[in-house]
Design a protein. Structure first.
Length: 153
């Protein structure tokens, strides 16, 4: 029943986005950004189906450059989730390989800033995990590969 409710929410959101696109003209967006945003939306609903509670999307801070694609609670873990999207499968360089050491460093820095928003006495008690979800936007429908605990602090 929960999965049906999430699927209904996803369908409604897609219909509203299509309607908004028709009603208000928007400046042209780069194709890779369109694919990336679509992948983040699909990942959000897939993670909800898997029991994640999403608390933030595209979280940014003025202190550093970059953003955290998704932040969610999964059981007792606070998860910082990087979404990597492709419109086709590539066996040579799967999307998760784009999260290299430099990207991991940026994500860790942003996660530290986010955690500082919690009360000081709770900050050290929070179990943190960095996940990566690869999203493939295929004609047959989206496919996902989730890497829980893909890298650590």
């Amino acid at each position: 029943m929960r999965a049906l409710w999430i699927d209904l929410q996803r369908s409604l959101l897609l219909a509203l986005e299509r309607l908004a696109d028709r009603l208000r003209p928007q400046p042209p967006t780069a194709p890779h950004l369109i694919v990336g945003h679509a992948g983040e939306r699909e990942a959000l609903f897939e993670l909800r189906r898997r029991g994640y509670i999403i608390v933030a999307q595209r979280w940014k801070t003025p202190k550093f450059r970059g953003d955290l694609d998704l932040i969610a609670w999964h059981q007792d873990w606070l998860c910082f989730i990087e979404v990597k999207t492709r419109s086709e499968r590539d066996t040579i360089a799967p999307p998760e390989t784009a999260v290299d050491r430099d990207k991991q460093k940026v994500l860790r820095r942003l996660a530290r800033v986010y955690i500082r928003s919690f009360p000081k006495e709770r900050q050290n008690e929070i179990a943190v995990r960095f996940d990566i979800i690869s999203v493939y936007l295929l004609k047959a429908g989206p496919q996902f590969e989730l890497f829980q605990g893909a890298f650590g602090w």
